[in-house]
Write a protein that binds this ligand. Structure first.
Ligand SMILES: Cc1cc2nc3c(=O)[nH]c(=O)nc-3n(C[C@H](O)[C@H](O)[C@H](O)COP(=O)(O)O)c2cc1C
Ligand code: SF4
Length: 416
């Protein structure tokens, strides 16, 4: 093993799951699933490349528990039915053959369930959303054709309707998560991540901005976190002690007042641990209508933007903390050594170079192709297109594009 990156490349453990190093592929919706939420060959090839590249764990991003109900994206991944199991099983087998573990991020998109909006189904929500005075500046940042592509699906939408969740709806939701987790484990998935951030259904209960209930699920943080804790308990009871389960939480809300604070997130993490969570994966969110939310919140362009919050959350816990957010390998190694976090999730770095972990282990740090933080990848998801990367033409096209090494290398200057 390389003498460098000793902490980042050292084996780790979450609950009973052993991991070959501390680098995880973060959950990223890719729009690479086949029709109907099926994990097909294209999606498998994309994930397998990251397993070959040495990540310890690959996380399937935003996987619907009720597809198409409650799903957010075009070509959303799903584990809501028996028909989804064979594709996930083939993926789990392929990743295991390359020494990686597989986690699945279970998601109900709630207030941002685009497929519900398009089909005219009411959106599940803790309370009727307040119509804010400040709807944000997101649309102002688009070029003309981007605006047209982004808003095209909205033309097909009727009036948006809401379903304030009743006690029976809450029970049904908890059962959906537990059944999806059971299917995932039957398909060979090693760990369950519960998406409890980014404005999706669980996070809309956690946030005081969207949760104005006056029953046991609203008010103080113990109540706002109740749904998450009930889901953790139900999923743990279903999958048993050997399968780690953890939530992905917003560690804070940026660019908006009255949202989730680091103190809230630390309290939620402690409640989640008491409910049986085996780890906490931090993230962040912000004003849903402001463009800068997406470059400050979960897909931040600020290096190490969530590390202070991760460390603050970790200080109150006895379980590992997983942290993303533009963390360079040198920084990740230092943060793990200092006990600020235990595992680092990498997203865009592994879109740009899936073989980053292997190259570090082989002492080839300088051979890693860097992400340039241009947001091409994430804009594809906004435009209902498959993920692609500005610096790696193979990303998302693993089945049809390979770049063979030339026999006659040249230096080429790209001007302009
Ligand atoms: C293309 C793309 C899709 C994403 N989709 C998801 C998702 O489905 N679920 C999620 O929790 N986060 C999602 N994220 C956020 C990432 O998980 C991660 O928090 C973010 O990219 C910051 O980490 P990084 O700097 O290593 O890329 C997405 C990010 C990108 C770039
Ligand atoms: S598209 Fe741009 S931001 Fe996304 S991974 Fe590639 S280089 Fe990084």
């Amino acid at each position: 093993m390389s003498r460098h990156f000793r902490h980042l490349l050292s084996p780790g453990r979450i609950g009973a799951m052993e991991l070959r190093n501390r680098i995880f592929m973060t959950p990223m919706g890719s729009n690479l699933a086949d029709e109907d939420g099926i994990t097909g060959e294209r999606l498998r090839a994309y994930y397998v490349e990251r397993a070959k590249g040495g990540a310890a764990l690959i996380t399937m991003g935003s996987v619907s528990i009720g597809y198409p109900d409650g799903s957010g994206n075009w070509r959303n991944e799903a584990i809501s039915d028996e028909r989804h199991i064979p594709g996930v099983r083939a993926l789990a087998d392929a990743l295991h053959a390359h020494g990686a573990k597989l986690a699945i991020q279970l998601q109900h998109a709630g207030l941002v369930a685009m497929n519900d909006m398009l089909a005219g189904r009411p959106l599940w929500t803790p309370s009727i959303p307040l119509v804010g005075k400040d709807s944000g500046d997101m649309m102002e940042g688009f070029l003309e054709d981007e605006y047209r592509i982004f808003t095209a699906p909205m033309a097909a939408m009727g009036e948006i309707r809401f379903q304030v969740m009743t006690a029976d709806d809450i029970k049904a939701l908890i059962a959906m998560f537990a059944r999806a987790a059971e299917r995932a484990v039957r398909a060979g998935v090693d760990a369950i991540e519960l998406h409890a951030g980014h404005g999706y259904l669980i996070s809309s209960f956690l946030s005081p901005l969207s949760n104005r209930r006056d029953d046991d699920y609203g008010g103080p943080i113990e109540n706002r976190a109740r749904l998450l804790c009930e889901i953790i308990r139900a999923v743990k009871a279903t999958v048993g002690p050997d399968v780690p389960v953890w939530p992905r939480l917003d560690s804070q809300h940026f660019l908006i007042d009255g949202g989730i604070t680091v103190e809230d997130a630390a309290a939620t993490a402690r409640l989640a641990e008491a409910a049986g969570a085996d780890a906490i994966h931090v993230s962040a969110d912000g004003h849903p209508g402001r463009g800068a939310t997406y470059s400050t919140g979960h897909a931040t362009d600020i290096p190490n933007n969530f590390v202070a919050a991760a460390a603050r959350i970790k200080a109150g816990l006895g379980i590992p903390v997983i942290c993303p957010g533009r963390i360079e390998p040198e920084d990740a190694d230092r943060f793990i050594a200092a006990g600020k976090l235990d595992f680092v999730t990498m997203g865009r770095k592994l879109l740009a170079d899936p073989h980053l972990p292997r190259k570090l282990a082989e002492g080839q740090r300088e051979a890693v192709r860097p992400c340039i933080y241009c947001y091409t990848c994430i804009s594809q998801i906004f435009f209902s297109r498959p993920v692609k990367c500005a610096v790696n033409p193979e990303t998302g096209f693993e089945l049809e594009r390979t770049l063979p090494r030339t026999a006659a290398p040249k230096h080429v200057a790209v001007i302009g």
